[in-house]
Design a protein around this ligand. Structure first.
Ligand code: 5GP
Ligand code: ZN
Length: 134
């Protein structure tokens, strides 16, 4: 993808603060970290989001995200958020699939997502819809 910033990073055309690299993946620091050490794990090849990723590559990226999360724990994070934003509605800004590995600290005061309550009958309906779509 010509105009994809993560493709350019993957090809070395744009610099990044690299943490890890292998044949399939690259991990580097997010330029605007939620907490220091916030890393992004990307496939070297361009895929738009998790739904376009072949399963073997998705599995590999999760493995590397876990490895980096383990390293972040070793150097002092109390927890991690390992997450992907898929689609504009989910807050995806860079349309080259990536996994965020965000170190978290007790009392780092980052907010939780707001939650909803199910109304009567809604659990049954949504379970039916999801299981039929699987
Ligand atoms: P998302 O698409 O999941 O919302 O997030 C994209 C992430 O990529 C953001 O957290 C943003 O800070 C990060 N980002 C955007 N452009 C660059 C860049 O050029 N270099 C690096 N290292 N991170 C970037
Ligand atoms: Zn790309």
């Amino acid at each position: 993808m010509q105009d994809c910033i993560f493709c350019k990073i993957s090809k070395g055309e744009i610099p990044c603060d690299k943490i890890y690299e292998d044949e399939i993946s690259l991990a580097f620091l997010d330029i605007n970290p939620v907490n220091l050490g916030h890393a992004l794990v990307i496939p070297k090849e361009h895929f738009q989001n998790i739904y376009d990723l072949p399963e073997n590559i998705a599995a590999h990226l999760i493995k590397i995200a876990k490895k980096i999360g383990t390293a972040l724990k070793k150097i002092g994070s109390d927890g991690t958020n390992i997450t992907t934003n898929n689609g504009e509605a989910a807050g995806q800004i860079i349309f080259h699939s990536h996994i965020h590995v965000i170190p978290r600290f007790i009392n780092d005061n980052l907010s939780h997502w707001p939650t909803k309550k199910y109304k009567e009958g809604e659990v049954k309906k949504i379970i039916e819809k999801i299981t039929q779509a699987l």
